[in-house]
Design a protein around this ligand. Sequence first.
Ligand SMILES: [Zn+2]
Ligand SMILES: [Zn+2]
Length: 351
Amino acid sequence: MTKFVVTPASRAQREAWTGGAIPDVERVRPGLWSIPVPIPVNPLRYVLVYALELPDGVAIVDAGWDTDEAYEALCAGLGVAGYAITDVKGVLVTHIHPDHYGLAGRVREASGAWIALHPADAGLLRERYDDEAIDGLVRRERALLERCGVPAATLDELAGASMMIRHMVTMARPDRLVEDGDDLGLPGWDLRAIWTPGHSPGHLCFVSPERRVLFSGDHVLAKITPMVAVHPQSPPNPLADYLDSLAAVGGLEVDEVLPAHEYRFLELAGRVDSVLAHHEERLAEIERVVAGHDGVTCWDTATRLTWSRPWETIPPFMRRSANNETLAHLVWLEAKGRVRRTPGEPDLWHP
Ligand SMILES: [Zn+2]
Ligand SMILES: [Zn+2]
């Protein structure tokens, strides 16, 4: 099967991405700017923050990671567009991951902007970023990994694997909760929220039918597919949610997709189809592993799949993600009656 390749909307931005650089601040179209904000120690390198011009300032879609470098890049990028950080009136956060939500609190402190988030993600904040609640989250992650058959020797390491990034997120409460279909009410913008759970339970995309653009966050990206995983804070079948959410945006009539990573691109429908095809292939591969190894654990299934590099060279944090993504696919197959599980310690999977 030939893979569908999207057309970049900005060649310069695509070249910066493939060349390992940080792209320039770009005017996407009148009144709309793309501002790359660097992410520390992450292969994604930057998050694309979008600034939407308003009569009296700007609203931004996502904020970046909470580091001084990121904050300075955001301030400098707004400067290129002719604005100061104090001109920010609102921060529309696509989801609570630290590369999107991390800086929101600091932007509000500097400017008095409101922060908007979907209630499903707002509800996860306390447990995720509160020092007193975090122990409970790590315990539940450990129990989940145990049921997946993660070897006892690596359980603790994997269960606590994402704790080191927590200090990069300011614990900010949203001022506005945005639901599916809500009009954001930004003067001069017909911006509507689309709830797209999957990558995160409260992930939001924003569409402007008039300007024919979709702010897609991490939901639809040009080349990579976002992580969709079972974890203690996920709904029971996040992959089902994600695939439904792809359908929710696939038919939108837009000319350009403005994602949070890589580069902006054309051909939303084609990209949505290719992401759907990717998951179908993955589901079929996992089904084959279970068929060939009756009674396999989730962890052992994950080790038998093809990843972007050999399993032995994947670091612990990414192994946990790989395991939890595999579980999301197994749960989806189970719901469709394509695999069966014997619950236990660990759960065993059958064709
Ligand atoms: Zn994300
Ligand atoms: Zn992201």
